[in-house]
Design a protein around this ligand. Structure first.
Ligand SMILES: Cc1cc2nc3c(=O)[nH]c(=O)nc-3n(C[C@H](O)[C@H](O)[C@H](O)COP(=O)(O)OP(=O)(O)OC[C@H]3O[C@@H](n4cnc5c(N)ncnc54)[C@H](O)[C@@H]3O)c2cc1C
Length: 509
């Protein structure tokens, strides 16, 4: 397949960009690829909303900038923060024009929520399913755009660079270029080559490397891994944000249900096992302190009292108001026997957001030519060491727009390379036992949760490194046909080759 624009990912970042380039060039084809169903993205699960200054009487760009910088703990790129905050309102207006609906007051003005770390009420939302509504609007708009081809259930494996043309590429190689991708078509089980002049990675987060996460199963950090393997620049991967309040369900693995911070914004109170509200002991902002402080406080209370969760108390809420703002959370709690008007909600921290990622400049350009990145897989400089709540949907839209502006100027100066080879599987074998891969995944999740969790130390991090190195090595070996003697003979009994081969004799190394 050949296309001018290739977009990997169908969340808010990928779809916003795809729509813009497709509208700009109705005669060019834009391909959007996703490894799952069209809307199975982190975007769909966003609850709280989108932070934006659109009430200049009570709020200001300066306040939003300050809040973002404070959360980022000295590592934000101030220019990028200003760009996102100031360009944000235009991007939000755009998605409203494309059909996304945000909740309004009776007088027609938008309802604005407040979340941890924000000094003003500025979170636009659609009940407690904001991301689902934004994803719906984007998919509808993309479906109406005839020059966008949506390719689902295709797993992009690697980006193609000079490495695939036979050149030695290292981190020090200047001018690494991207010519397309290799992708596993899950329907045919074949690996196909896609040539593209411009490629956007919008592959989302990596929460699934942890045992408990609010992220769906697609969030495995693939885009970041591809750029790492291609010797591109990634940064700040240690800054994983843990959401303080994922619903605790005993024995739960995989994606945990999120109880949005907006519940605390509306007055929810965290309590420990003895029913004591504890946030005042950790921060003067109490339950509305930034996420990292609340997550560490909960972690500390759980360790101190030997429990696997704390409680979120909403019993003082008006039932009607709670249902009006949080219908999804109300239904989920009821479905597991928790009536929020009588019972407290068990909550525990879970991996939630990757602040680091593929390093990009202020136009979303990665260190590899013709390769852009935006959304959660990118590290634009907005979040620094910690993301301010509800800034990520905004960042994805602002940078999708900037990638689009830069890409449309370049596309006609680029030509397809004619010498890119098809996927070469020589020297590799398909693992016979998928259980070995599943087992490795479980081990990664345990290592990351136990040693690279909310509170870390050097011994834990070193242990994690050693274990991850071993897992890497084992995974490589699984795919390499590494044993030379491909038979069973004498003392060498190999279940993969139970018979004797007439070809192989003494192997001299
Ligand atoms: C439960 C939850 C609540 C949240 N609440 C909020 C909130 O209130 N406000 C806010 O601002 N942010 C929130 N976030 C964060 C926000 O939703 C995400 O950061 C954002 O949606 C990421 O968008 P994205 O387009 O970058 O990636 P995603 O929406 O995750 O999309 C990633 C896409 O990449 C595709 N993909 C990945 N790897 C491959 C591959 N190898 N091959 C092919 N396709 C691939 C996936 O299939 C998917 O289509 C929340 C996140 C979660 C999980």
């Amino acid at each position: 397949m050949r296309t001018d624009f290739l977009v990997i990912g169908s969340g808010i970042a990928g779809l916003t960009y795809a729509l813009k380039v497709a509208k700009q060039f109705p005669e060019k084809k834009v391909v959007v690829m996703t490894k799952a169903a069209a809307d199975e993205t982190n975007t769909k699960y966003a609850q709280g909303g989108i932070a934006v200054v659109n009430d200049l009487e009570n709020d200001s760009f300066e306040k939003h900038i300050d809040d973002t910088l404070i959360a980022g703990d000295g590592l934000c790129n101030e220019k990028v923060v200003e760009i996102v905050v100031k360009e944000g309102p235009e991007r939000v207006d755009e998605i409203i024009q494309w059909g996304a609906k945000f909740d309004k007051e009776a007088d027609g003005d938008y309802k604005r929520g407040k979340e941890g770390g924000h000094s003003e009420f500025r979170i636009l939302h659609h009940k407690d399913v904001t991301g689902k509504e934004m994803e719906r609007a984007l998919i509808d708009a993309v479906t109406r755009q005839p020059n966008i081809e949506f390719v689902k259930h295709c797993f992009v494996i690697d980006i193609i660079t000079q490495h695939h043309l036979g050149y030695l590429i290292t981190k020090a190689t200047p001018d690494v270029e991207c010519y397309g991708v290799y992708v596993l078509n899950r329907q045919t089980n074949q690996i196909e080559k896609i040539d593209s002049k411009i490629i956007l990675l919008a592959t989302g987060g990596n929460g699934q490397v942890y045992r408990t996460t609010t992220n769906p199963s697609i969030a495995t950090g693939d885009g970041v891994a591809m750029v790492y393997r291609a010797k591109g620049r990634i940064e700040n991967m240690e800054f994983i944000q843990f959401h303080p309040t994922a619903l605790y369900e005993a024995g739960m693995k995989g994606q945990s249900f999120l109880i949005t911070e907006a519940v605390r914004g509306d007055g929810g109170i965290l309590r420990n096992k003895d029913g004591e509200s504890f946030m005042e002991r950790y921060d003067s902002r109490k339950d509305l302190a930034p996420r990292d402080i609340v997550a560490r406080a909960i972690d500390s209370e759980m360790k101190r009292t030997g429990t696997e969760h704390v409680w979120l108390d909403c019993r003082h809420f008006s039932k009607e108001k709670f249902i009006e703002h949080f219908p999804n959370i109300y239904d989920k709690c009821m479905s597991i026997g928790i009536d929020i008007t009588k019972d407290m909600i068990p909550v525990a921290p879970a991996a939630h957001y990757s602040c680091g990622g593929i390093k990009t400049d202020e136009w979303g350009r990665s260190s590899i030519k013709n390769l852009y990145a935006c959304g959660e897989c990118a590290s634009t400089g907005l979040h620094g060491a910690n993301r301010l709540a509800s800034n990520s949907l905004l960042e994805a839209m602002v940078f999708a727009h900037r990638c689009y502006l830069d890409a449309i100027d370049k596309v006609d100066q680029l030509v397809f390379r004619e010498d890119v080879p098809d996927w070469n599987a020589k020297g590799t074998a398909e693992p016979r036992e998928m259980i070995l891969i599943t087992q490795s995944l479980k081990e990664i999740q345990l290592v990351m949760s136990d040693y690279v969790g909310i509170v870390r130390n050097d011994i834990r991090l070193q242990r994690a490194m050693r274990r991850l190195d071993l897992l890497w090595e084992e995974t490589e070996h699984l795919y390499q046909s590494s044993a030379f003697r491909k038979e069973s003979r004498g003392l060498h009994y190999n279940t993969d080759y139970p018979g004797k081969s007439s070809l192989v004799q003494n192997i001299v190394l």
